[in-house]
Design a protein around this ligand. Structure first.
Ligand code: MV4
Length: 450
């Protein structure tokens, strides 16, 4: 096991990783920008190093500064958290060249899954069901039209190196294909420096279901069930659940086993998430994330497995501490992402927290670096914490979530808490009856009626 881990991240995930390290007796190094000098993870770490001014490119994305912090402190491994450098294959390679362990998968697997075309080819070869579509990159409009005709409209043109919904264009008929194709390529080239696009059958009303996997890098691999992340606004998840309200034990076992076998076949190391669209009882692979995800706590709450602990075990060569037989799903968990944003307009509104009181009680977890008097910097994303609630079943979980939301106090800034207080009493949400478009329709109707 590692002696000292440098946490190359900030906010709630830095605190999350720090906690797992401390429980394993691992010394912790926090890195921070000048804007985060007073952050909770800096206060609780054994050591801390300022790695630059507030802009991410000069601090949390600054590989040289992070490497230097490693050298100064003698950290033998780096945990990247999520975002920032967590899926940067070059960073993983640089660390390997410096004999510093990157707590995550190999650079090769990061690279493969970062190219959505290669990811689909690899997934398909490993027996994972994928969305019907083109075999690979489409470079000519005529090919796009031919393939779309084969698949059947509507189709979606996607950027191979896109993410978070950027560079996607839907074509409902051949007459829309030319514009969708060329616009997607142009936007992909501008946004990602690579104009490669591919085509898929467009699924109109799917849910977003993702499967948590864990590999030991030696051919072992397990799944830890699914998360339903369909409640999203502009590709930002706000509410995630485990298990999904629409996945039964048989479906969970089937898709979970497919994903676990794929992780074994790949020789994958560490935590990963296999993302699907789910429609009419069928799973369709869209991409794989090679990092720990924001929403990992809902999986931890129903399986009682500490995923960061498992990441540390695998990356240090100790191996997973669990087998598939150890994975049992108990109850239901829901996570609400608390953002420092106006709950109606979602405009970020940083500032200073004047009063802070978190809910407690059985089955209530708050992952956050917030505290009374904390000044939220304006330089980073607006996530300030996550409320995660567990119940023996979904109704109990919803009741507990409603109670916890009523207790939660964050004064001095605006947050998305009021939105969740509305959602937790909404009949569609209570029924688990929502797809990936539900939230944006709900918000649009809410804005219209005022
Ligand atoms: C799709 C799709 C419908 N059909 N692919 C959005 C981001 C990226 N992860 C993939 N995305 C989608 N791909 C096909 N063939 C709809 C979406 C999509 C979406 C997916 C998951 C969660 C929220 C979404 C919001 C809009 C579109």
């Amino acid at each position: 096991m590692f002696k000292k881990v440098l946490i190359a991240n900030r906010g709630e995930i830095a605190l999350r990783v720090l906690r797992a390290c401390k429980e394993l007796g691992i010394a912790t190094v926090a890195v921070h920008s000048t804007a985060d000098a007073d952050a909770m993870h800096v206060r609780l770490a054994d050591e801390s190093v300022c790695i630059g001014p507030p802009p991410s490119k000069d601090s949390y994305l600054n590989i040289h500064e992070i490497l230097a912090a490693c050298e100064i402190t003698g950290a033998d491994a780096i945990h990247p958290g999520y975002g920032f450098l967590s899926e940067n294959a070059k960073f993983a390679e640089i660390l390997e060249a410096h004999s510093i362990t990157f707590i995550g998968p190999s650079a090769e697997h990061i690279r493969v899954m970062g190219d959505k075309i290669e990811a689909k080819k690899t997934a398909s070869k490993l027996g994972i069901p994928v969305v019907p579509g083109s075999e690979g990159e489409i470079t000519e409009e005529e090919d796009a039209k031919r393939i779309a005709a084969d698949i059947g409209y509507p189709v979606i043109v996607k950027a191979a190196f896109g993410g978070g919904g950027r560079g996607m264009k839907v074509a409902n008929s051949e007459s829309e294909m030319s514009e969708a194709f060329h616009t997607a390529r142009t936007e992909a080239g501008a946004a990602f420096g690579n104009s490669a696009v591919y085509i898929e059958k467009y699924l109109a009303k799917p849910r977003h279901i993702e499967v948590q996997v864990l590999g030991d890098g030696k051919g072992g691999g397990i799944h830890l069930g699914e998360r339903d992340c369909s409640l999203q606004r502009r590709h930002q998840k706000i509410w995630e659940e485990a298990t999904s309200p629409v996945i039964d034990d048989a479906a969970r076992e089937k898709i979970g086993t497919i994903c676990a076998n794929a992780v074994q076949g790949l020789g994958y190391s560490g935590a990963g998430t296999v993302e699907f669209l789910y429609e009419n009882g069928e799973f369709y692979f869209i991409e794989m994330n090679t990092r720990l995800q924001v929403e990992h706590p809902v999986t931890e709450m129903i399986t009682r497995i500490d995923l960061v602990n498992e990441q540390l075990h695998v990356a240090s060569g100790v191996g997973m501490s669990v087998t598939q037989e150890d994975i049992k799903f108990s109850g239901h968990a829901i996570e609400c992402r608390i953002n420092a944003e106006n709950p109606d307009t979602f405009v970020p509104c940083p500032g200073t927290i004047t009063h802070y009181h978190v809910p407690g009680g059985l089955g209530v977890r708050v992952d956050s670096g917030m505290y009374h008097g904390y000044k939220i910097p304006s330089h980073y994303d607006s996530l300030i914490g996550k409320l995660i609630v567990h119940g023996r079943d979904r109704p109990e979980c919803l009741m507990r979530l409603r109670r916890a939301l009523d207790e939660f106090v964050v004064d001095g800034i605006e947050t998305t808490l009021p939105l969740f207080r509305d959602l937790v009493s909404n009949e569609d949400i209570l029924a688990g009856d929502y797809d990936i478009h539900w939230l944006e329709k709900y918000l649009a109707e809410k804005n219209q009626t005022g």
